[in-house]
Design a protein around this ligand. Sequence first.
Ligand code: ATP
Ligand code: LTN
Length: 336
Amino acid sequence: MENITTEKQKTVLSLIQPTGTPTLGNYLGALKNWATMAQEYDCIFGAADLHSLTVRTEPALLRKRTLELYALLLALDLDPEKNIVFVQSHVPAHSQLAWILNCYTQFGEAARMTQFKDKSQKNADNINVGLFDYPVLMAADILIYQSDYVPVGIDQKQHLELARDIATRFNSVYGSVFTVPEPFIGKRGASIKSLQEPEKKMSKSDTNAKAFILLTDTPDVITKKIKSAVTDSEAKVYYSPDKPGVSNLMDIYNACTGLSNEQIEAEFDGKGYGDFKAAVAEAVIEELRPLQEKFDRIVKEKTYLEQTAADGAERAARRANRTLGKVMKKVGLWKF
Ligand code: ATP
Ligand code: LTN
């Protein structure tokens, strides 16, 4: 983080899908970094509603989730006047560029994406072409703004690599059209695990509600979920691959308090998991409190949300269309 915070005016872009209420994993892996970067960089953040169409959702629910996610992004203090906060489907240029990039992506490359393989298994009755094409639309999201950095959790690293490969290939044919983006993956919090199966990532689409903490969970619910988190029988707090449950709680505690492993181990030396879990719960509650208070206020302000989204879409479209126009000319589409 230090070395990049000294550079100014780099473009940062990231999106999150409105597939459900974001979890503590989404927050510590991605959103918290967005909030920090929003103060320093030229940032573009948004809700990837087109990506979420790859999983069937009731239309009214998708609309509600998109609006709530948008309110949550504003509650992160992303400063929508300085930065751009928008909804992906409001900027048609993303889909237009995605089609062109499809023709510069090999079937084999897309078929290698592990998220496609995982999601195909989970949605065996709806393995649609959108699910396969998902990373190409994501590449379009990134490349259309000439993004330098893309803050994401570790699970998106492979998609970022594909976006870099597509950009490099396109540039090698047509000259330097796209900035080749760098992933920005935080040291801790990049992969927060399920509270029930700490070998798996915490996911908002998990069927077991005890596995995740939602950003809207009340202090009571947060405390209960952390108390029932799976640990082990050793009753000693230290970081180790043999202790995935405890190590995950330490990652969460570190991401909320900034305390190192050694400091955490010293704090709970001679104490049991009860004290440790209570402290983790408290740290999470305090971390989320300002965000929750602001979200509760903003989500009710429909006119403000609509105006801000319209403004974000207009400013995003202006920038996106510049790249799209250039790409159209390069590939030989009739543009005047
Ligand atoms: P779904 O459960 O619907 O597949 P998701 O929870 O993975 O979705 P996304 O919208 O796909 O959420 O991801 C938004 C951002 O959160 C991405 O940058 C992703 O890398 C990050 N992220 C998701 N889950 C975690 C996690 N458990 N730990 C850290 N970061 C995460
Ligand atoms: N696929 C991403 C969401 C996403 C995204 C993006 C992230 C869509 N477009 C562009 C970064 C940049 C995910 O987190 N699952």
